[in-house]
Ligand binder design. Structure first.
Ligand code: HEM
Length: 339
């Protein structure tokens, strides 16, 4: 079958896989440091306020959803995290998450019947996810359940049948960073950007790029404090703002830039990312009473790719699976889009 541009191809067996993934996620959620944390991305390294301003030069065919309002500024809350399901020292290699929540957003929702008035964008500091599809992700977890040798067996299976994915996993787990505000982030998974319920629009991925990109940490993270990423982020924002360009990348080839396989990097030379908004995280004191209160509030918030306008609907198998999984994780830890 030749796939077409901007189209999803759901796997007929997906509903059962999603059910299993939901169960697996909630079963693994145990209290950590006094409370039930997120199913993954359990540790926040910062939660801050920002302003997300839509550029005035967004091209006509990209003017959908929040990007349809040139020059409009949305107030935003941004949570930075380590992606592990357990709370670990910041010096441990891991993917780093950036979750942006735009406030006071109006319009038809991606999930009919909800009215969150938020638009969330979730990203990590790697362009690809180590599992292509829900089926592959589930298989990995199934093998991990094997008593005693599960973890080694699952890694061996990945190496044998999906060597490229094992390499992505290793690259991610090797990521030791200096400052969450100096990183480039990618959505990994695709989204619709177009009129809701029509074929007028594009499949896109997002990337969020700092104006001043930092370096990966050189030297030994062992000497660093457990929470050194929060400390660095705090120092950074005491002295200077952080500005990110928010970009969309259009799917221009349905084979080399698939919607249903999130392990494939969409080549940024073949389809250049287009800046559509600017996120400015202004100077602020994360240790002030307001800063601490926001951090606490953020722990009770729910960020999800499905807190979205219909014009920004998540697409592709991994995103379809994320809808139920995030809801289950949020229900178990009793969180809401906004507290
Ligand atoms: C495709 C690439 C993915 C990206 C870029 C991504 C990114 C993120 C980020 C940044 C967060 C933290 C949100 C926050 O700060 O509250 C998060 C949370 C979470 N992710 Fe993902 N994720 C991806 C795929 C997945 C998949 C495949 C699953 C499992 C099926 C998953 C399950 C979760 C769960 C359970 C949470 C916590 C939800 C909550 O309780 O609020 N993610 N993800």
């Amino acid at each position: 079958m030749n796939p077409e541009l901007n189209r999803e191809y759901p796997d007929p067996g997906e509903a059962k896989l999603i059910e299993e993934m939901v169960q697996l996620t909630v079963d693994r959620m145990k209290p950590q440091q006094g409370r039930i944390r997120r199913g993954v991305h359990a540790k926040a390294t910062g939660c801050v306020r920002g302003v997300f301003r839509i550029r005035d030069d967004v091209k006509g065919d990209l003017r959908h959803g929040v990007f349809s309002q040139p020059n409009h500024s949305f107030q935003a809350i941004v949570r930075f995290s380590n992606s592990s399901e357990t709370i670990e020292q910041d010096g441990k290699g891991d993917a780093r998450g950036m979750a942006i929540k735009l406030l006071d957003v109006n319009g038809p929702q991606a999930t009919p019947g909800t009215n969150n008035r938020c638009q969330d964008f979730l990203a990590v500091n790697h362009p690809t996810f180590p599992f292509a599809t829900p089926a592959e992700y589930l298989k990995f977890f199934d093998i991990r359940k094997t008593p005693l040798v599960g973890d080694s067996l699952a890694v061996a299976w990945l190496g044998l049948f999906h060597y490229r994915h094992l390499k992505i996993g290793k690259e991610i787990l090797g990521k030791i960073i200096a400052d969450p505000l100096d990183l480039k982030y990618w959505s990994c998974s695709p989204y619709w950007l177009g009129q809701a319920g029509t074929t007028v629009g594009h499949a896109v991925k997002y990337s969020i790029v700092p104006r001043l990109e930092g370096m990966e940490l050189s030297g030994n993270p062992k000497g660093m404090a457990d929470n050194y990423l929060t400390q660095t982020l705090g120092q950074h924002l005491r002295m200077r703002e952080a500005i990110f360009d928010f970009r969309v990348q259009l799917q221009t080839d349905p084979v080399t830039m698939p919607v249903e396989d999130v392990s494939v990097d969409w080549d940024e030379e073949a389809s250049k990312p287009i800046p559509v908004a600017t996120l400015t995280i202004g100077v602020q004191d994360i240790y002030s009473p307001e800063g601490n209160a926001l951090f606490e509030e953020c722990e009770g918030m729910a960020f999800s790719p499905w807190n979205a306008l219909a014009e920004h609907r998540p697409i592709g198998g991994i995103n379809r699976m994320r809808q139920a999984v995030y809801l289950a994780s949020q229900a178990k830890r009793a969180s809401k889009c906004l507290p």
